[in-house]
Design a protein around this ligand. Structure first.
Ligand code: NAP
Length: 287
């Protein structure tokens, strides 16, 4: 944690490094026992940010000794083709983790497709079974970005129980699971979305504010209570390809108690958790 004015920057680097170190140690053990942890990324898009994200996972995976395979499907792959690829990988004993990359081809629904990922290999918590288990409080892989939000809060000793948390965004990959994870930790949770009236009135009640929208700098000083902890999940590329968060960092600096930077906040922790989950899946499969 570093200081900037009175706002602490909650950087993801340290958490990510600790998660990767843990994963690398387990990989060494597994490899010594003849198991090579393997992660399959299913990609059916030429989208530039998906390609960037895929390269980042391949690089990070290689560093900790995970074998990362990219299964490239056509940009216009049908729902049946995507499902078949996921079923094949689910049945392949040499694959331990499976990620279905977004965006998907037109007509392919994420939740329906992800239902074909074996829950034990669903390292990004996309299968509706994983999501249901998460809500039920049963063991499951949580969507890695939502889990990264919690990991950053925990690593910085941010108290959650009894505190007011507002999550802006209700997608199945980030907003909803982040809200459920906060609820499971006894925070009092409000979820904001595009139809929320007077968003600033809601968000400025938050002790902990999680922004997961994808609208560059949409949350300014009026959205943030003095001293609030702000986790910015948003990552939108600007015209120069730089990632911009949902929070206007300049405007909330000195007002927020703490803020995750973009880039360098939630993103690296998300990637590290995907690797961690893959190693955990490999460990479980190895018995
Ligand atoms: P998404 O599926 O597009 O969901 C966006 C959410 O924001 C929706 O629930 C939407 O509400 C809400 N929203 C849109 N406009 C709003 C407004 N004006 N006021 C309040 N809420 C509004 O996006 P996502 O997949 O959850 O991703 C959100 C952001 O996180 C994106 O920038 C994405 O790139 C980023 N992300 C980062 C990571 C990481 O590791 N750092 C990982 C995944 C995603 P409705 O439901 O009403 O439409």
């Amino acid at each position: 944690m570093t200081e900037s004015g009175t706002t602490q920057l909650l950087e993801g680097k340290k958490s990510a490094a600790a998660i990767r170190d843990d994963a690398a140690a387990t990989v060494q053990r597994l490899r010594a026992a003849g198991v090579v942890p393997s992660l399959a990324l299913v990609l059916a898009t030429s989208d530039e940010s998906a390609a960037w994200y895929t390269r980042a996972i391949v690089r990070a995976g290689e560093k900790v000794g995970i074998d990362v395979r990219v299964e490239r499907l056509a940009d216009d792959a049908s729902a049946a083709t995507v499902r078949t690829a996921l079923q094949r990988l689910s049945a392949d004993d040499t694959v331990h983790g499976i990620i279905l990359q977004v965006p998907l081809p037109p007509g392919v629904d994420m939740v329906e497709a992800a239902a074909a990922i074996a829950p034990g290999k669903d390292v990004d918590g996309a299968n509706p079974v994983s999501l249901g288990r998460l809500i039920a409080g049963l063991p499951a892989f949580a969507p890695a970005t939502a889990a990264a939000v919690l990991r950053i809060l925990d690593d910085n000793a941010i108290e959650l129980a009894g505190r007011r948390a507002v999550v802006v965004g209700r997608s199945l990959v980030v907003g909803k699971p982040a809200a459920m994870l906060l609820l499971a930790r006894d925070a009092t949770v409000t979820i904001g979305h595009s139809r929320t009236r007077d968003l600033a009135a809601r968000t400025s009640e938050a002790d902990i504010l999680v922004a997961a929208v994808g609208r560059p700098r949409m949350l300014g000083a009026e959205h943030v209570a003095p001293g609030a902890v702000v986790v910015d999940v948003g990552t939108t590329p600007d015209e120069n390809g730089n990632l911009v968060g949902d929070v206007d960092a300049e405007a909330v600096m000195g007002r927020a108690g703490a803020l995750t930077p973009v880039p360098g906040g939630v993103g690296p922790v998300t990637t590290a958790l995907l690797l961690h989950n893959t190693v955990a899946a490999a460990e479980r499969a190895a018995g």
